[in-house]
Design a protein around this ligand. Structure first.
Ligand code: AMP
Ligand code: GLY
Length: 423
């Protein structure tokens, strides 16, 4: 089979490495991929948002199956366009990807179908939003409606910070049209859990749970990032919590999307907060998380491509999806200065025995050498019997990888270790 994977980050690298395990796969193309992915797939310089380019490439190269991994092409309708040409795909159509593409849509969906989430108000008028903030409880959370590269959420600790956030989104348009509408929502507390799930629109199969580390610095300090590391499973996600989430969140969400005529097929990501009043949805994503995928897929024992095809064919209920009982830890190595500004072009050295579990996110090939080209450069994953040893091994691997100006968090998994010890 010839497979096409749209995207070019660490998540896509993890997906590609896993798909490669299937014996029927002859060739994998990555659009656009990156310098590190080039070791596992043929990278083609077509942007992940160039829907026409992607479709023409897929048709010309007689692609048998396509995986659309990032949010923007999904929201732009890449799956619709590929399927129109008869190419089976993994990923939701645009009318279902809106669950991530519009926060107003997802909040209204949850309200309509009684799915637990933070209470909220929607504003299209800046003056009304600012007036509301005069008396709103603080801290409060301001969210741009549309996609904003994961940066569209501001937790405001003061009334002034909340107003500044509204002005930057609605007047200064820091996220462009994504800030035409804003959601102002209740500030929730509790441990966060990421649950990626496979769903074919009928059955939902949650994958092993995980915990992201979003802040740039140790002990959750510094700016929010795309994610600096992950562990799986998440110790806060007990069997009882999982059962409650299935009943109150996962199934109701899939059913709600069906009721709206927006059946969701693909990976539905539930960003959850385990509040004192039970689990609540912080966000939905219409795709695999990054860097959650880098810990979740290495623990998947079943064949990924088979599961993906079952999602496409609507046969997920009859398909075995098994995860190992091990633990995984992924440490992201970034370029100093990320998530704001950073230098590029430093040579990366990865020993051969580490390459297999290294997922490259921001690297290019220059003069035959792998060099840094992004903020998050790569993620290193280790799998082991216990969380403690998974963390230790991941950091041992980090020590063997080199590039100038590298930085990483030193405490990935520390919170999960504490939770495990308290159990
Ligand atoms: P998001 O971009 O939606 O993942 O949000 C980024 C982060 O903001 C989340 O991972 C949470 O840590 C935090 N967050 C979002 N919504 C809320 C909320 N209502 N209450 C508290 N924290 C939140
Ligand atoms: N790691 C969070 C995300 O993929 O949105």
């Amino acid at each position: 089979m010839k497979i096409l994977v749209v995207g070019g980050g660490g998540r896509e690298h993890a997906i590609i490495k896993k798909i490669k395990e299937n014996k029927n796969v002859e060739k994998i193309f990555a659009l656009p991929g990156n310098g590190g992915i080039a070791a596992d797939a043929e990278c083609v310089n077509i942007s992940a948002t160039d829907i026409e380019g992607i479709v023409s490439f897929a048709v010309e190269n007689k692609i048998d199956y396509a995986v659309v991994a990032p949010d923007d092409p999904l929201v732009l309708g890449a799956v619709d366009a590929l399927e129109e040409k008869g190419i089976p795909c993994f990923g939701p159509k645009a009318n279902a990807a809106i669950i991530e593409g519009s926060k107003v849509f997802s909040k209204d969906l949850m309200k309509k179908y009684g799915i637990p989430t933070a209470s909220y108000e929607v504003f299209t008028d800046m003056a009304a939003a600012l007036e509301y903030l005069e008396t709103a409880p603080i801290p409060t959370v301001i969210k741009a409606d549309g996609l904003a590269l994961g940066k569209g959420v501001i937790i405001a600790e003061t009334r002034q910070a909340a107003k500044d956030a509204v002005v930057s989104m609605m007047a200064d348009k820091v996220f462009g049209k994504s800030g035409d509408r804003v959601v102002i929502e209740e500030f929730l507390t509790g441990p966060e859990v990421s649950v990626l799930s496979f769903t074919d629109g009928k059955t939902v199969v949650p994958m092993i749970s995980s915990m992201d580390h979003k802040r740039a610095g140790d002990n959750d300090t510094g700016l929010n990032t795309g994610g600096m590391g992950t562990v799986a499973p998440n110790p806060y996600y007990t069997e009882a919590v999982a059962k409650e989430c299935m009943e109150k969140i996962f199934l109701p969400t899939v059913n709600a999307m069906n009721a709206e005529g927006r059946s969701f097929k693909g990976c539905l990501y539930f960003g959850l907060m385990l509040t004192p009043n039970g689990p609540k949805v912080i966000e939905y994503n219409c795709r695999f998380g990054d860097p959650e995928t880098q810990v979740v897929l290495p623990l998947l024992e079943s064949d990924l491509l088979t599961v993906m095809q079952a999602v496409t064919n609507g046969t997920l209920a009859e398909t075995k999806v098994k995860f190992s009982n091990s633990h995984a830890c992924c440490v992201v190595m970034a370029s100093k200065g990320y998530p704001t500004s950073y230098e590029k072009g430093f040579e990366i050295t990865i020993p051969d025995d580490t390459a297999n579990t290294t997922f490259v996110a921001g690297a290019a090939i220059k003069d035959g050498k792998l060099v840094t080209s992004g903020g998050r450069v790569l993620g290193v994953t280790a799998v082991s019997d216990t969380l403690e040893t998974a963390i230790k091994k991941a950091y041992e691997k980090v020590d063997t990888i080199h590039f100038d100006n590298a930085f990483f968090r030193h405490d990935i998994g520390a919170k999960a270790m504490k939770a495990t010890e308290e159990k």
